[in-house]
Design a protein around this ligand. Sequence first.
Ligand SMILES: N[C@@H](CCC(=O)N[C@@H](CS)C(=O)NCC(=O)O)C(=O)O
Length: 225
Amino acid sequence: MSAIELYSFAACPYAQRTHITLLEKQLDFAIIEIDLFNRPDWFAAISPYGKVPVLRHAGVTVHESTIINQYLDEAFPQPALMPETPALRAQARIWMDYCETRFLPAVHKLMSEADDADKRIANNAKLADVLRHIEHEGLRKTGAGPWFFGPRFSLADIQFAPFLERFDMYVQLAGAILPEDCSRLRDWMTALQQRSSVKATAHNIEYHIEARRQMLARIAIRSSA
Ligand SMILES: N[C@@H](CCC(=O)N[C@@H](CS)C(=O)NCC(=O)O)C(=O)O
């Protein structure tokens, strides 16, 4: 048995965040795949919300990807995945929170209402506003890149990476737009795609579209049962 266990689901972007973090830390770990539509009975005992990812290490069980990743950064300090100063660490946490509370809700609304033409226009406008905010209030103020906090790759990069990887799917299925003036964001996305830890966990657009199709089909079966 490995000293670190990641309870995961292959297509889950949140579990991917933790997978990237484990690779960045160059740790030995085991991935235990959970079928989210047929969870083993024991899973409830380690996952209070019934979700992946969950991490187990040295008698500690942690859930929620943002918290797991911060746990890993503290438990295994090298290489550090948070900026150097308390002020910059606070900034990193603010942008990680922005991902959860602004960026992801805009993405989820766009995707879940993609078939409604009127809502799609408004939802795309909202997502474009969020992307411009990341560009002008975040990326352009933190430095020249390539990462969110300049030369140092951090948990803020990891927070967004799996969702930016899926951006082509948002374009294809819901007409998402990356605004013209988001050049630093575009460069950041390219740098993320080339990062070896991100690459090692990445899938192509066909995989993401098929995973989404299967997930929606299984949700439909579950709710009609
Ligand atoms: N806020 C959580 C979200 C995790 C999440 O939504 N995971 C999904 C899979 S991608 C899940 O386990 N869903 C199962 C369910 O909601 O029943 C995190 O950051 O870890």
